[in-house]
Design a protein around this ligand. Structure first.
Ligand SMILES: Cc1cc2nc3c(=O)[nH]c(=O)nc-3n(C[C@H](O)[C@H](O)[C@H](O)COP(=O)(O)OP(=O)(O)OC[C@H]3O[C@@H](n4cnc5c(N)ncnc54)[C@H](O)[C@@H]3O)c2cc1C
Length: 277
């Protein structure tokens, strides 16, 4: 199938993109890497009147390391963040989780912010933003606001971004000193969307576990004071309380079993790699 007809605007500046967005609102769609939007257009799941291409805005692909975390602007490709020399040392959870996103080819085009904005419930980057904490910086012609990671996801493929706003940048919070981290997922093949993905951060106070593919949005749980000998009971008790979604790829019972195995594995690994502070 071919896409329905649309107008194409190649934005040369952020102001131009925001001005077109202000006029077109819900009739417009931002085009970033096109790795999700392309198929959606072809299948006519999206039929925007205007496509605003933000891939050519100068200086819109910066990645900045600050004490608070890494700030990734909307033009930055997933491959660029993965290739960043600071990533392994300064943000090892992103370094562990990002190779699971699609394939070399899709990461070369797909942007970090595009994946965050697309809000696929099984995508790795929304899960990583949710478990690390951080801020989504959104901008419209009338100003900028920051949305805390915990408030950003509103449902399956839904965020708090308004029709006249775009995701300008995202900050993934820095890890607490000495934190241990782990990421794992199960999918039919490497590069497929996760059936269940799990990410854990163990800090001095306890452990946070993030789960993707289980609910309509990434889920994050926290246990203060959790130790290795209590980990199995904690994760299994959580899994038994969850009502994981079912779809043609896997039913809820299978996803619950994956939370028990993969969730427990990441919690244990994060605890084992935590350094004394
Ligand atoms: C074969 C294949 C396998 C894949 N496997 C995975 C996988 O395992 N895990 C995974 O997470 N993803 C996977 N993807 C999707 C991929 O990661 C996409 O790159 C990502 O979902 C979207 O990023 P993008 O830059 O391509 O955004 P686009 O496709 O350009 O846009 C996606 C959506 O987000 C909106 N959008 C984009 N940028 C912004 C912005 N700055 N502000 C507001 N709205 C915006 C668009 O309007 C659109 O609705 C796969 C894709 C393919 C083709």
């Amino acid at each position: 199938m071919k896409p329905a007809a649309f107008d194409y605007v190649r934005a040369e500046s952020l102001d131009e993109a925001l001005s077109v967005l202000a006029d077109a609102g819900e009739d417009a769609r931002i085009l970033a890497g096109g790795q999700s939007l392309g198929p959606m257009l072809n299948l006519r799941l999206a039929q925007p009147a205007v496509l605003i291409d933000i891939g050519h805005i100068p200086d819109f692909d910066r990645i900045e390391w600050t004490e608070d975390g890494v700030i990734v602007m909307a033009g930055a490709r997933q491959a660029a963040l993965l290739a960043d020399e600071a990533l392994a040392a300064r943000q090892p959870l992103l370094h562990a989780g990002m190779p699971w996103i699609g394939h070399v080819q899709t990461r070369a085009r797909g942007t970090v912010c595009g994946s965050l904005a697309h809000a696929d419930p099984a995508a790795e980057l929304p899960l990583l933003l949710s478990v690390l904490g951080g801020v989504a910086l959104v901008r419209s012609a009338s100003g900028q606001r920051g949305i805390q990671a915990a408030d950003f996801y509103a449902g399956m493929f839904q965020t708090d971004i308004r029709p006249d706003e775009l995701l300008f940048a995202a900050r993934f919070n820095a890890l607490p000193e000495g934190a241990g981290v782990a990421f794992r997922e199960v999918a039919e093949r490497h590069g497929d969307f996760a059936i269940v993905a799990a990410a854990a951060v163990a800090d001095a106070g306890g452990v946070s576990l993030g789960l993707g593919g289980v609910g309509d949005t990434p889920l994050v749980y926290r246990w203060d004071g959790l130790t290795l000998d209590l980990a199995r009971d904690a994760v299994w008790e959580l899994a038994d309380r969850l009502d994981p979604r079912s779809d043609p790829r896997a039913d809820g019972a299978y996803r619950r079993r994956l939370v028990k195995t993969v969730g427990l594995a990441v919690v244990k690994h994060a605890l084992e790699t935590r350094h004394a502070i």
